[in-house]
Design a protein around this ligand. Structure first.
Ligand SMILES: *Cc1c(COP(=O)(O)O)cnc(C)c1O
Length: 486
């Protein structure tokens, strides 16, 4: 880090004896460290801490925070991740003391309001997905996938149908699908996409048999395309005795327009931290609720939240349950945010989400199509893929284009995924961006396409304006330097 933007780091500012606090004289008798802390825990050497003023500390952390890129600081078109605006009213509600200060081990009669909120959220999600029951336990999308597959497994086992060991996953599925199937103990069978980017029905018919436990469908698929033949697929898989799993992480593409439950799906997971504006990224808590049709209800993770004459309570009496998948009952704070979002948007607002997410993606796709290759020339849903093939012929890789976007203040799109598109660039503008923002990003992409033709080295050597330049991608992942070294 040797750039004019780089400020002196906190260790370099250290002056012996300078302190960052001022406290009044102690008015009580001072206890010795040995009286306060068991001797094993007392540090034997001086801690090497910088000695700086309170103001220096403030500037240090503020400077660090500005080096991060978030949805609140700029456009973030990361395909498949739905980096849309998270309304701040969600945060206000999640911080209401009566919700924020609850303890998960409180007696049920003292948390009836919180349980009502969760119950009501489940009811809304049932309505939105067209499923018969929902659990809020899973902590993320992939966790929801695993939970759903474990239920499917329990269902087949309860029917003595134990030879169903295979899960079919299209090659345009999200990467977590085959991973979850493997972790749940299934063998993954891949079906190919056809020339239109949709599941090849003939290939599907070929791989479905009496060993099929389920088909997992990401819809829209990772190319941003709506799977047009869902009813036929459902028929093929159900006729063979398999179950249908809907990866609904990107529900902003169909919300209030179409419901997995009506398409014949038996299980669906949602990502509340995508579609329903839970903040995500940085490994924070998420929420991946799972909805099921009636015949899978007995296998839901326990406890289930029920409502009876006395109010709400957690029912543990589910002999066929796959068991608990998360301590307590899901990530409560994220569920509060999602509930707030659904209630503030209302049915019409949620319809707008889909219409604008799809409109924005199609607008951007059409405006960029003259400058980058468009592998699937058809309407997209919430996201679309371009290919950097044309630019690669001129010696500029998609990675270079992504790095160059940093100079314009944008988070780059998802690149090199899905794998079935060469030099893939996967863009998800989301519904919360203005036309001006979309246009500015389009202008940057067009300028980069021109640079590739006229001054490719500008792109190849990007980024030029960031604190950290090109990283060695392998060492950055395998041997990250995470602490300041003198
Ligand atoms: C994000 C995503 C997932 C995984 O969700 P996590 O919460 O990251 O585990 C699964 N499927 C699709 C289609 C996704 O976009």
């Amino acid at each position: 880090m040797n750039n004019q933007q780089d400020q002196a780091l906190i260790f370099e500012l250290s002056k012996q004896g300078r302190v960052g606090y001022s406290l009044p004289e102690l008015e009580v008798e001072e206890l010795s460290l040995a009286e306060l802390i068991p001797s094993d825990y007392i540090r034997r050497e001086e801690a090497e801490l910088p000695e700086v003023s309170e103001l220096d500390i403030m500037r240090h952390y503020t400077a660090l925070s500005k080096r991060n890129h978030g949805v609140d600081s700029g456009f973030y078109p990361l395909g498949s991740c739905t980096m849309k605006y998270n309304p701040k009213i969600n945060e206000n509600v999640a911080r209401i003391a009566g919700l924020a200060h609850l303890h998960p081990l409180q007696e049920e009669e003292t948390v009836q309001g919180a349980m009502e909120l969760l119950f009501d959220l489940q009811e809304h999600l049932k309505e939105i997905t067209g499923m018969d029951e929902v659990t809020l336990q899973p902590a993320a999308g992939a966790h929801g996938e695993w939970t759903g597959l474990m239920m499917i497994r329990a269902y087949h086992e309860a029917n003595n149908d134990t030879k169903r060991t295979k899960v079919i996953v299209p090659d345009s599925a999200h990467g977590t699908n085959p991973a979850s199937a493997t972790v749940a103990g299934f063998e993954t069978i891949t079906v190919k996409s056809d020339e239109n980017g949709l599941v090849d029905l003939e290939d599907l018919k070929r791989v479905v048999d009496e060993h099929t436990a389920a088909l997992m469908l990401t819809n829209p698929n990772t190319l941003g395309l709506f799977e047009a033949h869902i009813l036929e697929m459902a028929q093929i898989v159900h006729d063979a005795g398999g179950k249908l799993y809907y990866d609904g992480a990107n529900l902003n593409a169909v919300l209030s327009k179409a419901r997995p439950g009506d398409m014949g799906f038996d299980v669906v997971h949602l990502n509340l931290h995508k579609t329903f504006t839970g903040p995500h990224g940085g490994g924070g808590p998420g929420s991946g609720p799972v909805g099921v049709k009636a015949d899978l209800i007995p296998y839901l993770p326990k406890p289930v939240l029920v409502k009876n004459d006395e109010g709400y309570h957690f029912d543990y009496n589910l002999p066929q349950s796959i068991g608990r998948v998360k301590p307590y009952y899901g990530n409560f704070g994220i569920n509060v945010r999602a509930y707030t979002y659904i209630r503030t948007m209302g049915p019409d607002g949620l319809k707008n989400v889909t219409e604008f997410a799809v409109l924005n993606a199609n607008y951007m796709m059409r405006r960029l199509a003259p400058y980058y290759d468009l592998p699937f020339d058809q309407h997209c849903k919430h996201e679309f893929v371009l290919s950097g093939k044309r630019q690669k012929k001129l010696g500029v890789r998609t990675l270079d284009i992504a790095k160059r976007l940093l100079d314009f203040g944008y988070h780059p799109p998802t690149i090199y995924f899905p794998l079935n598109v060469e030099e893939c660039i996967m863009i998800e503008p989301t519904e919360t961006e203005s036309k001006e923002t979309l246009d500015s990003f389009i202008d940057a992409m067009i300028q980069i396409a021109r640079e590739v033709e006229e001054t490719p080295e500008i792109v190849q050597e990007a980024p030029h304006t960031t604190v950290v330049k090109r990283l060695d991608e392998t060492t950055a992942a395998r041997k990250p330097i995470l602490r300041y070294q003198r």
